[in-house]
Design a protein around this ligand. Structure first.
Ligand SMILES: *Cc1c(COP(=O)(O)O)cnc(C)c1O
Length: 364
């Protein structure tokens, strides 16, 4: 399972700085692309979906793509621990914990929440997998910024683990979105090309939470000279934050003359009540999409992004390069089990539950 593979980067990316030496295969590659009837889409558009919710089961979604490079880096440096951080229902923390255990590393997760007492931390959604993996969990205030609050804690913890266990810890930044994780979505872009991207699509649309998926796709799209447009629908922070983050990534890989605004359309206005918070309209949309198409979206990322896509296609059609749209499903399936969908789902389906106690009677 822990086999370090030499990484061969695509020709068009060979001039980037800091190309990783190794990769570990963790994702199921070549996730399918198929047509998708996204409810509310105007008839002039054709929407398809790239199923990166199918990169795995417990190790699914977009984070596993980045972890192929991050975990290879950790293993090649002979680390014994992996430390990362995220929201209490973080898909990234869960994927990191699962990957760490597959590679015989110990996972340590800094989880942001306003809960005051550790006995109130539940075991729903991603937390069930974090706990099953025996992750060490450290509860930190929900609003802790990464640079000033989380990163210093991760460094303190790394020092403590080194002193106590004699083993090094590998630090993965929020969402795995640094210049190592970047190569995850460079790899996906290569995969998309082999699946016919250039002949079949005009626009790619996806959720953006820490910017790594956006950076990988937009940089690849730029380097290949493709005429496709990339659109990142943000679910937290704001456009200025992601512009800055992606410009920093561009600098770190040596593309300092390229600017975020020239390679990526960042779409604001669809985060609703804020990160990890849902409105009843958003939850009803998720339910409607499940019923109309059999595609399940998570409330934190893909649900908001798909709803944002539908609204932009209606109100802002000129924002798109053409009418053949590829939506990237970034996963998040365990976010559906965090309880936030329960009341809407129960209310909407109460007439669908029938008692049928006896074989001699019809269902009620
Ligand atoms: C983390 C995440 C995203 C956002 O991807 P970034 O690379 O962090 O911007 C989107 N969807 C899901 C399900 C995620 O877990």
């Amino acid at each position: 399972m822990s086999k370090l593979l030499p990484y061969v980067c695509p020709k068009w990316a060979q001039n980037l700085n800091h190309i990783p030496k190794y990769r570990i295969q963790l994702a199921n590659p070549d996730t399918p692309i198929h047509r998708w009837s996204l409810p509310g889409t105007p008839s002039k558009f054709e929407v398809s979906i790239k199923r990166d919710d199918m990169t795995g089961s417990t190790l699914s979604g977009n984070k596993v793509r980045k972890l192929e490079f991050l975990m290879a880096d950790a293993v090649s440096r002979k680390c014994g621990h992996v430390i990362t951080c995220g929201g209490v229902q973080s898909n990234h923390c869960r994927a990191t914990a699962v990957a760490a255990r597959q590679l015989q590393l110990q996972p340590h997760l800094l989880l942001r929440t306003d809960v005051q007492d550790q006995s109130k931390i539940g075991s729903e959604g991603n937390l069930l997998l974090d706990r099953l993996c025996g992750s060490n969990m450290y509860i930190v205030p929900r609003k802790s910024p990464y640079e000033t609050e989380l990163k210093p804690r991760m460094e303190t913890l790394a020092k403590k683990l080194r002193e106590e266990t004699g083993k090094e810890a590998y630090l993965v930044p929020v969402g795995g979105s640094n210049s190592v994780g970047l190569f995850g979505y460079i790899t996906v872009f290569e995969e998309l090309i082999s699946q016919g991207l250039f002949d079949q699509f005009d626009d790619i649309v996806f959720a953006c939470g820490s910017g790594g998926t956006a950076a990988g796709l937009a940089i690849s799209n730029h380097l290949t000279g493709s005429r496709i447009r990339c659109h990142a629908i943000i679910v937290c922070d704001d456009k200025a934050y992601f512009t800055d983050h992606i410009n920093q990534t561009l600098c770190s890989v040596g593309l300092d003359t390229v600017h975020c605004q020239d390679i990526l359309d960042i779409i604001e206005g669809h985060k609703g009540r804020g990160y990890g918070l849902s409105t009843s309209e958003e939850l009803e949309f998720i339910m409607n999409v499940s019923q109309q198409s059999g595609i399940m979206l998570d409330p934190v990322y893909s649900g908001k992004a798909a709803r944002g896509l539908m609204e932009e296609l209606r109100s802002n059609p000129d924002r798109f390069q053409g009418n053949r749209i590829l939506f990237l499903h970034t996963g998040g399936v365990f976010g559906m089990y965090d309880g936030s969908l329960d009341s809407v789902v129960k209310a909407e389906t109460k007439d669908l539950v029938h008692m049928w106690p006896s074989i001699d009677s019809s269902p009620e």
